[in-house]
Write a protein that binds this ligand. Structure first.
Ligand code: ADE
Ligand code: ZN
Length: 337
């Protein structure tokens, strides 16, 4: 039987102190809200409401994000979405998250990056005021962008120096973009030199070569997904040797067709090989994943012990871009679990 919101096991997993290091603000829209916004703006729905969240893979999903984010046209909507993210995080028992936002999807905000970051920050700051978990923002490039667009984003982030922004990220479809490490190397190098952390989607829509490029060309502090590294044992050894963490999202990988079943998913094999893996939701609302549900799914499939769960939660805290104080508090709480 699959775990559900009422089982005692899920309550224990909710109480496990942890962080989330791989979640997109783009993936946090409630379908009923999207429907309402679309009706108000007289924008057609991409498909009937009963099939709204049925995606045919990553390309279809990213296309949907353009439609959904295009409806978030006001400061209030962005702030509410950001606040709602923190509420859900708290309900899942997480004490911190790194949240990815990719400006390319948010058409109403094109050309107004500082205003957009400010609106998102307002939602996160209000949440913190209300005692909800704190959040760092990872501003993302899309794999299909040009090197000039990447340089422009880094210039803007460096000029802005917004305290909410902790990292440069890159996401999107590597299968559509091809091998783009060299195209983005300079942007990532400059971001790193300016004190931003670096997180890179790779090894989801690319194979192991994408993960290797993320390490060698983009200087990734952390890899988002990275699961297809399992296909190259030398790369697995490199991840172990350098202790580069993978932010893994099991339900996302199943829903978007990377693996057919949780039993086929390599998270446990990577973990056993000594790779630093953490458990995350990717696009929680749109893909129907909760953080505690992801822990439950894996712990049932792979028979994880409490010690295993503790180690995974510890990885999530260590891999996060939270400040030292937040990390220390979470580690303290974890030692009491
Ligand atoms: N943007 C949002 N979710 C994503 C994913 N799973 N892969 C690449 N880009 C994304
Ligand atoms: Zn992602």
């Amino acid at each position: 039987m699959l775990p559900n919101a009422r089982t005692p096991h899920i309550d224990r997993l909710r109480s496990l102190p942890k962080a989330e290091v791989h979640a997109h603000l783009e993936g946090c829209f409630e379908p009923s809200v999207l429907e309402q916004w679309a009706a108000q703006a007289r924008v057609p729905m991409p498909r009937p409401r009963e099939r709204l969240l049925q995606f045919e893979g990553l390309a279809d999903f990213l296309h949907f994000l353009d439609w959904a984010c295009g409806l978030a046209s006001t400061r209030e909507r962005l702030a509410e979405l950001s606040y709602g993210f923190c509420k859900r995080l708290s309900d899942s028992g997480a004490g911190y998250a790194d949240v990815i936002v990719n400006p390319t999807h948010w058409t109403a905000w094109h050309g107004r990056l500082p205003d957009m970051i400010d609106a998102i920050d307002a939602g996160f700051a209000a949440a913190e005021q209300d005692g909800l978990p704190s959040v760092g923002l990872c501003v993302s490039l899309l794999r299909t962008q040009s090197s000039d667009a990447a340089a422009e984003l880094v210039d803007s982030l460096v000029a802005l120096r917004h305290p909410r922004v902790v990292a440069l990220s890159i996401d999107g479809n590597e299968a559509a973009a091809g091998r783009t490490g060299p195209r983005f190397a300079d942007a990532f190098r400059r971001a790193g030199a300016a004190g931003l952390r670096r997180t890179v989607h790779a090894g989801e829509s690319s194979g192991p070569e994408g993960v290797r490029d993320a390490i060698e060309l983009l200087g990734a502090d952390r890899i988002d997904h990275g699961v297809r590294a399992i296909e190259d044992s030398a790369l697995v050894a490199l991840l172990v040797d350098r202790q580069i963490p993978l932010g893994i999202c099991p339900t996302s990988n199943l829903t978007l067709g990377v693996y057919a079943s949780i039993e086929d998913h390599p998270i446990d094999r990577l973990r056993r090989a000594g790779v630093v893996v953490s458990i995350n939701t990717d696009d929680p609302v749109l893909l129907g994943a909760s953080l505690e549900g992801e822990y439950a799914l894996c712990s049932q499939a792979f028979g994880w012990s409490d010690d295993d769960l503790r180690a995974l939660a510890r990885n999530s805290i260590d891999a996060s871009f939270a400040n030292a104080g937040v990390k220390a508090e979470l580690i303290q709480a974890l030692s009491r679990w």
